[in-house]
Every structure is written in C-alpha cells, then in structure tokens.
Design a binder for this molecule. Sequence first.
Ligand SMILES: Nc1nc2c(c(=O)[nH]1)N[C@H]1C(S)=C(S)[C@@H](COP(=O)(O)OP(=O)(O)OC[C@H]3O[C@@H](n4cnc5c(=O)[nH]c(N)nc54)[C@H](O)[C@@H]3O)O[C@H]1N2
Ligand SMILES: Nc1nc2c(c(=O)[nH]1)N[C@H]1C(S)=C(S)[C@@H](COP(=O)(O)OP(=O)(O)OC[C@H]3O[C@@H](n4cnc5c(=O)[nH]c(N)nc54)[C@H](O)[C@@H]3O)O[C@H]1N2
Ligand code: SF4
Ligand SMILES: [Mo]
Length: 722
Amino acid sequence: MRTTFTTCPLCEATCGLELTVEGDRVTKVRGDREDVFSKGFLCPKGASLGSLDADRDRLTTPLVNHGGEFREVTWDEAFRYVDERLRDFPDRDSIALYLGNPVVHSLAGGLYAGALRKALGSRNVFTASTVDQMPKQVQCGHMYGSVFSIPVPDIDRTDFMLVLGADPFSSNGSLWTVPDAPGRFRDLRGRGGSFVVVDPRRSRTAQAADQHVVIRPGTDVFLLLALIHELFAQDLVNLRDLAGHVTDHRVIREHVVPFSPEAVSERTGVDARTIRELARRLAAADRAAVYGRIGTTTVEFGTVASWAVDTLNVLTGNLDRPGGVMWPLPAHGRRGPGRGEGFGVGRWRSRVKGHPEVMGEFPAVTLADEIETPGEGQVRALITIGGNPALSLPNSARVSAALAGLDFMVSVDPYLNETTRHADVVLPAPPPSRRAHYDLAFFNNSVRNVVKYSRAPIPLEPGRLDETDIFFRLTTILGGMGPSADLDALAAQQLADLRRKLGADFEPEGETREERLLDLKLRTGAYGVSLRQLLDHPHGVDLGPLTPRLPEVLRTPSGKVELTPQPIVDDLPRVREALGAGETGAGETGAGETGLLLVGRRHLRTNNSWMHNVPALVKGKPLCTLLVNPADATRIGLADGATARVTSRVGEVEVLVEVTGDIAPGVVSMPHGWGHDQPGTRLTVAREHAGANVNLLTDDLRIDPLSGTAVLNGTRVRVVPA
Ligand SMILES: Nc1nc2c(c(=O)[nH]1)N[C@H]1C(S)=C(S)[C@@H](COP(=O)(O)OP(=O)(O)OC[C@H]3O[C@@H](n4cnc5c(=O)[nH]c(N)nc54)[C@H](O)[C@@H]3O)O[C@H]1N2
Ligand SMILES: Nc1nc2c(c(=O)[nH]1)N[C@H]1C(S)=C(S)[C@@H](COP(=O)(O)OP(=O)(O)OC[C@H]3O[C@@H](n4cnc5c(=O)[nH]c(N)nc54)[C@H](O)[C@@H]3O)O[C@H]1N2
Ligand code: SF4
Ligand SMILES: [Mo]
C-alpha cells in the first residue's frame, strides 16, 4: 500500500488528490490537504476516481468492427487498419475531426492535438467549443486580440460578484479554475462582500447568493445591455486606471440607447427597478466582477452577451485590477508583446452552409450537414477523440444517423458508447490513474497562478498505450508516415524545432517525450520553473495572486482594449430587432398553448455524458429529470414523478417530471448527456439509469452567428403528460 498525489482531470477545478494505491488499484481517494491550491477540497466525482478507474466496461484493447461485430485486436493491427482505410480518402476535407471535452483535460490533447490537426489538413474540424465557450473566446479575440486571453473573476479579493448563467456550486467553475468555488463564495460573504446570481432556476449557487434574479431564458443580453445603459444614464462610469488602455468608451453609450431598463423589463422578466439597483450596486462596489457562463454563451446572442459582461467590467474600472477580473499567467506561458496581429474569423467557409471558420473550426451543428450532403468535399470519414457528439450535439437523432452513414470512423475513447458504437475502430485511452498530468489549459484560467505536475500514479500495464502515443501514432498515419513510424525520432525532431524557436540553450530533461516538451515550455516560461522543481513539489507550487497584465497581455493591432469591435457592433441591430419582436419571433416554431422554454443544468455528480457508468455517482434519486414549476404542472396536469412527453421542432422525448418551485414559471430544465438506452453500447450501469437525451429536442438551426455556437438554452417545447 502506498500514497501518491495527482491532479483530478475531471473538471476545470484541478483539485489535488491523495490516492491510496494497493497493487494496481486505487483503493482510496482523498482531497490533498497540502495542495497549494485546492487545500483538500474534493467533490463526489473526484472521490469516485477509483471506481471510474476500475470500471469493467472500460475498454483495454482496441476494437475493430467487422460486419457489425466488435473484435479485440492488437494495437499494431488497429493502426495498420486505420492507415489502410484512411488511404481511401485522398481528399483531406472528406475526413472530419471531432475533438471533445476531455481532450482539453489531458496532457496528450494539450501537447499533440495541434500537430494532429495539422497532419490531417482538413477544413472539417469540429470541437465541443461550439456547443460551449466559443462566444467568450471570440469576444476576447476581438477585444484583446487573443482567444486565449480570458479574464477571470479574482474572487478571493473581490467585494461583489454578479454571476449570470453559471452554477459554480455544481459545475465547480468553468473558464474559471476555482477549486472549492463554494468555499470561496462563502469567504466572500464572510468578509462582508456579496454576490448576485441571474438564472431562471434557483440553482445551488443561487440558493447561496445574497440575491437571485430570475430571468427569462436567452435574454441575458438585454439585461446586460440595460446595465451598461444605466452606468451611463446614472453617470456611474468610472474607468479608474483603464483610461489609457482602452479605445473610446463613450461611443458605447449610443449603442445601448434602445436598451433602457423599461425597454428590456418585460422581455427579461426583470423589473426596471431591480436593473437600476443592480447597476448601482455594481458601480458602488470597491472591487467587483461580472461573470457569465453557459447561460450567456450557448444562447442566441452569446458573443454580444460575452462582450457586455466584459464591457461592464471595463466601465466599472474592474478589468485587470485585483478583486476585479484578471488575466492569469501560467508557468508555461510567456509575457506578451502588448500588440499583435489581432483576431479574425472566416479565412475559409464550410461547404454546405457557408459558416465562417472560427479558430480553424466549423460549428459542430453543421457536422451532420457536411456528412449528409453529397458533392465534392463531402465528409465520408470521421475521427472522434474524447467526444460523444451522438449525445452532446443538438438534434442528435440527426447526428447519430449521420454517424451511422459514414464510410469510416475511428474513435479514441475508453468506452463503447452512443458515439463510438458507430466507429470502425475504437482506440481506448487509459484511465486517469495511468497517466501523467499537467493542466496546459486550466492554469490559464486560474484564480491564482499555480503550477503542478504529476507522473502516472500507477504505471501503464505492458501492452497498453498511453494517450500521447495514440495521438502521435494517428498523427504520423495522417502525415503519410505509415502505421509504424519511429515516434522517438519524430519527438526528438519536434523538441529540437521548438528549442530553436524558443531560443533555448539547454537540454530539456524528463523521462518521457512529454516531460521533455513540458520542461522546455516551463523553463522558457514566465517563471522559469523546471520539471525537476515540480517533481520535488507534489502538492504544487504557488506562484502568487494574479497580477495586472495590461498592456502586455494584448494582441490587438492598436495595443489597446478594443471596446467596440466592428463584428460585435454589427450584431447589435439583430439584438435590437429581437427585443422588438418579442419572444415568439425568435425563430422558434412548435409553440403550443403549453409552450415552455427549455434550459439545461448540471449536477455535481455528473460530467457531461460519460460518468453515468460509475455506480456511486448515479445511485439514489434520478438525476435526469424535467424540472417543472408547480403552476405549470397544475395547468398541464403533471404530477411529481409522472412522465412527460416533451416535443420541440426537431424531436420528442419522454422524461421523468420533478415539480419544484426552484424553476421559474414558463421554464423547464433538463440536464444533457443522458439517453443511455441505445443499442450496441457497453455501458452496464448507465443503461440502468438511462434517462432521456435532451439534445433530441435542441435545435441545430439555432446558432450565435459570430461564434458558430449552438443555442442550447431557451428551446421552445410543448410539454404534455405521457
Ligand atoms: N443540451 C446541452 N448540450 C450540451 C451542453 C449543455 O449544456 N446542454 N453542454 C455542452 C458542453 S459545455 C460540452 S463541453 C459538450 C461535451 O461534449 P463532448 O465533448 O462531445 O462529450 P462528453 O460528454 O464530454 O464526452 C466525452 C467523451 O470522451 C470520452 N473520454 C473520457 N475520458 C477520456 C480520455 O481520457 N481520453 C479520451 N480520448 N476520451 C475520454 C468519454 O467516454 C466520452 O465519450 O456537451 C455540450 N452539450
Ligand atoms: N458537475 C459537473 N461539473 C461540470 C460539468 C458537468 O457536466 N458536471 N461540465 C463541465 C463543463 S463541460 C462546463 S462547460 C461547465 C459549465 O459550467 P456552468 O456554466 O457553471 O454550468 P451549469 O451548471 O450548466 O450552469 C449553467 C446555469 O445557467 C442556467 N441557465 C440556463 N439558461 C440560462 C439563461 O438563458 N440565462 C441565465 N442567466 N441562466 C441560464 C442554468 O439554470 C444553470 O444553472 O461545467 C463543467 N463542470
Ligand atoms: S471539483 Fe472537479 S477537479 Fe475537483 S475533485 Fe471534483 S471533479 Fe475533480
Ligand atoms: Mo463544456
């Protein structure tokens, strides 16, 4: 029996874990009390790491589908087969790539996804970003010049937070690495501060807040613009130290003229007085931060809403200020030049619908279009890595049918699930206990600058492949080097190239090629820490509180924060029209007498679509329920525990009803990632707790055009007793 430390890779909070290992099994998981960042915090998902690891449905060997039957094969056979089959697609655009959420949580994805995309050379790249945070990235690209310069609330030093469309008490924070978010919100109140939550549902975060503002789904953009309106109207604008770093802020005033509190009140369901008070509270706070997440991004005006969030932070002088929103500086990052090329979209367009590329990818909602529509460049093959588009994408019945119709599909995934059942080859990634961990993505969103590296707590069994090797192998196959290229030679070349680029005059150290790559990035990074130092500090190294980064963080050609980027200004008339048109004009159909607006939610014991096979997480009260307000339930004739039939423009599901005053009248809520009753999967536990797939209802025709992001909240549905 031994004790070892690692970082939980399951959500963005990066909690330190203390693992008890007996033989080749994790027998106990505790929060690492000495972790410099998470200080012992642990949630039920992290606590289940041992059972997730030991899940008997987890694949250990590659599978190849021959005539409808999956057969176990060796890694060599699997890669030879992939190589052979991919040769049938000389037109690179006919091979699509879908990268899912766990890719951002692994060192393999962080270090090698870029090279794989390059080797593939297809325009048909899709990721979960366009069902998630892309509006925030596009907004930051336009305002700060880089899609990776996302400011985060400095919660530990703030006095006031306005949280919109996020439930960090359940999600543990997103685009915001904040281990023990609940504890930090409690501390905020403990030192006399306060926070307000805007949500159509009384979420766990809303329950803990000083004030819960109930809003109509999809209308945060109007509320946010009204708050900006009020800062000007009440003469509350105060840029403090930002004046020299931003473009003319006064022009914003005319853009928000149509959005007075009275004008938006009916549509948002928030009365004008509440909006005025909120603006005053925000402006009055010494240090304040506005934060918006899923409820402000996966909506019709996601990019404009994200812009409005940061504009409020700017107009109250809270951008780049302790206690406001700040830019972290990760250990592998470098200080910037303060000026750059800026950001743009649309270097190329999607074949069928003409969507502009954003960050080199197309909207995930158009994957099915590209597969189904014949013609030159039609997608006929697909590579999925750590993604479950068959459950995660809107109109997923159509997505599943499209996957079923492909000529070839390969999936890097530990499960035979709703998506990978359509694959010809499944390449299983090893479990979290068998891999090294470093958060290339999340130290970039972290509320303190911290750094931590851990080697695999348990060595990989002989004959199994690390995910970095799987990435590497696929990359060499796609690069035309065949299924058995010399990976070490290639890695050495890659390292040498990067060394030259970074001007590093030292030999990077490490036991594996990933470690050497990481050591190079760290030692040339902002703090000059080395891999060796991190190995000596298993609980992490605290690099201190966030510090101001203007103007060095900027990449805009002007060297200033662009307060009124043209693409965002150009989208404002659409927002005005939508306000004028009222709710029924929002391009939705299928509304009946009992038309309700459907939104999503997350639960602490879930992780998107893939952790429902862990018994400890799904036991007890069913998690996949439709929340219905008592008034609506009475009107429709639905009792708690009954089954409802929910219909939208695109589909229909039957789901268990939970009647609760926690959801606003006229709104229903259903989590995503369920619907595990499909044939051909190997998910013994999840099948018993199947739930229903909300994305059979969400509409693939609704997107935020600036970012290509799907509208997943505010779907008009009809609800009747089943
Ligand atoms: N209606 C609705 N739909 C939504 C959302 C919503 O709020 N409402 N949220 C959206 C959001 S924010 C996201 S991020 C997406 C997620 O969408 P996806 O990324 O498509 O789906 P996940 O459920 O995260 O699936 C992860 C997949 O990775 C596999 N996996 C797990 N660990 C590993 C690993 O270590 N390596 C590899 N290679 N694979 C692994 C799992 O088995 C699973 O198949 O869903 C989106 N869909
Ligand atoms: N436990 C758990 N944690 C997770 C995940 C998980 O599946 N489970 N997924 C991870 C991922 S991939 C992500 S992207 C993050 C997401 O992180 P969060 O955004 O914090 O996640 P949610 O819990 O979905 O919170 C969204 C909230 O928005 C509300 N909402 C819906 N529509 C609207 C609207 O129109 N306006 C407003 N104001 N509110 C609205 C919902 O009621 C919900 O409370 O969580 C991550 N963490
Ligand atoms: S909060 Fe996130 S990182 Fe922390 S233990 Fe839970 S799942 Fe893991
Ligand atoms: Mo996400």
